[in-house]
Design a protein around this ligand. Sequence first.
Ligand SMILES: [Zn+2]
Length: 289
Amino acid sequence: MNVAKHMAGPQGGHYRLKQPQKREKHNRIPARVLKSRARLLLSGAGCIAAVLIITALLAMPHQNAEPIEAAASPEAVPSTAAESISAKASVLSKTTSTPESAFQQLGDWRLVLVNSEVPLPDDFQMTPTLFDTITVNSKMYPGLTALINAAYNDEINLWVASGYRSVEEQESVLDRAVQRRMADGMTYENAYEDARITIQAPGYSEHHTGLAVDFNDVEDDFRETKAYTWLQEHAAEYGFVERYPKGKESITGIDYEPWHYRYVGKEHAQRMNELNMCLEEYVAFLKGD
Ligand SMILES: [Zn+2]
């Protein structure tokens, strides 16, 4: 049974990964492993055969990194090489609805805004691809690969714990959290309310875009690591911004999450940092609000 489906109306809030972090630890990939695989893949310029072999060995529906410009069309069609994931992605447009008062999105997919008040747009399309074992938006793949490689070269221990998450997966996570609380004696209403403090409503998680990543252990003390310091300095060079920074909580609606980064492309990332704006502020700024 799916508890979330019994709730009326869209719910706000962001799924913050505090509940599933233990379950997701098996996803951790040592940077060394990622690097070695990335190197093999990236050497594919003169080595297409090797790429094919590796792809087959890993049994992954991988598609080669493509120029960001080439993938910029919002009409990108889900890859046939990843049918199961595409099927999940295609459900997104069927299971979310946009309230009439919804924020009008800018035409730039890099700046798609999803938060507790703005659901994933009905017409948002994404082509999933695998970054090692983590499903991500294929448009983010080149930037994420470059970021992880650069961290590795600087001897920084950085890995991707989580990327794309479907609406159905979000429902399951919320459902399980509610059930756990009810098993501990809470009423359904209290259990749901408590779970929603840390878990985003289905349809309202930025992870639905495939453009968000959670790093390392998805824990608060990530802020004290060398990896976090490194990201503060270098993430924008690869198109990533800290999505829920300290001091912007009242604007993002989300507590400080040092582990959650969002791909917006290099130009936007550097401009956002210069302006000291979070995504909500930056999008409003570009719209002239
Ligand atoms: Zn996250």
